[in-house]
Design a protein around this ligand. Structure first.
Ligand SMILES: NC(=O)C1=CN([C@@H]2O[C@H](COP(=O)(O)OP(=O)(O)OC[C@H]3O[C@@H](n4cnc5c(N)ncnc54)[C@H](O)[C@@H]3O)[C@@H](O)[C@H]2O)C=CC1
Ligand SMILES: O=C(O)C1=N[C@H](C(=O)O)C[C@H](O)C1
Length: 268
């Protein structure tokens, strides 16, 4: 049986993730690039930009105009937090289903987008991490936290990343929060002699963000108890690692009518 073609708009096509998403669309028979949203190159075609794919799709710098003029099923947004939020809202308002990888949305923004998608009956997926292994790492961390409530999260990324902590680290802490009572960790009287030494405080858990050239996306969740340590760890060595999750999200969002936050919500 042949699958219906899914027409996709990509926001951020020249980025590290956006260019990988263009390749995913090019090699997937039932995906078609409908348009792209970029900061530059208004009116040019994707195939005219060096290093991108051979698609004829037109680039828009005005997202509202893109959604008004282009007939599309799905938006893949891989940009920066404020822009990604605006694009997601616009997409839902135009009945285009967003698949969002952009990290750094606030809790208020997530709540607002959830309410909007519910009101319009338009499915959406916001996934802090599209790598299947990272989703498993987060789920195992949640499971472990039931038995090991003393937790430190260490996330490591390339030094071009804008947001800290990473979306994945925040989502991990939120999942752990579902099974762990808030509790301050470390010595009750500990003092930082250098600000930030103990990392970000999330319900008393600590999140540490490392930024170094050469890294892609890595996270360890360390659980400590007297006499033992349990660690859950995931590494993305390249951005192809995220693409099976992006493909799955584009396919699944077509059958959804409300926003899901986290890829775990659509995995079987
Ligand atoms: N959910 C996931 O699995 C993953 C999420 N990410 C997230 O995806 C986002 C993009 O990451 P990268 O590709 O590494 O960043 P990048 O910096 O390589 O790409 C971002 C792109 O957004 C574009 N952009 C910025 N403002 C724009 C605007 N107003 N309109 C249109 N395009 C605009 C930039 O020109 C750039 O090409 C980040 O938020 C990152 O945290 C990254 C990797 C995996
Ligand atoms: O910016 C990145 O690179 C990544 N961002 C996402 C995050 O903030 O968690 C996902 C992955 O870690 C790569």
């Amino acid at each position: 049986m042949t699958q219906d073609t899914i027409k996709v708009i990509v926001a951020g096509p020249r980025g590290r993730m956006g260019s990988e998403a263009l390749q995913l669309i090019e090699r997937t028979d039932h995906f078609e690039l409908a348009a792209a949203i970029d900061r530059k190159h208004d009116g040019e075609r994707i195939k005219d930009i060096e290093g991108l794919t051979a698609s004829d799709a037109v680039i828009y710098t005005d997202a509202a105009r893109c959604f008004a003029e282009v007939q599309a099923d799905v938006l893949i947004d891989l940009t920066v937090p404020e822009t990604g939020y605006t694009h997601t809202k616009l997409a839902i308002e135009h009945a285009v289903r967003p698949v969002v990888g952009t990290s750094g949305f606030t809790d208020e923004q997530l709540e607002e987008l959830h309410a909007l998608s519910e009101e319009k009956g338009i499915g959406a997926i916001i996934a802090p991490n599209f790598a299947i292994g990272a989703v498993l790492m987060m789920q195992f961390a949640k499971q472990a936290a039931k038995y090991f409530p003393t937790v430190e999260i260490i996330e490591k990324h390339h030094d071009q990343k804008l947001d800290a902590p990473s979306g994945t680290a925040v989502k991990t802490a939120q999942l752990i929060q579902e099974v762990r009572e808030p509790a301050k960790q470390g010595h009750p009287e500990e003092k930082e002699t250098h600000a930030g030494a103990r990392g970000a405080d999330f319900d008393g858990m600590r999140i540490h963000s490392v930024r170094l050239p050469g890294l892609v996306a890595h996270q360890e969740v360390l659980f400590g108890a007297p006499g033992e340590q349990f660690t859950v760890k995931h590494d993305s060595f390249n951005r192809a690692s995220f693409m099976s999750g992006v493909q799955l999200a584009v396919e699944r969002v077509m059958k959804m009518n409300v926003l899901a936050y986290g890829l775990e919500n659509i995995l079987d």
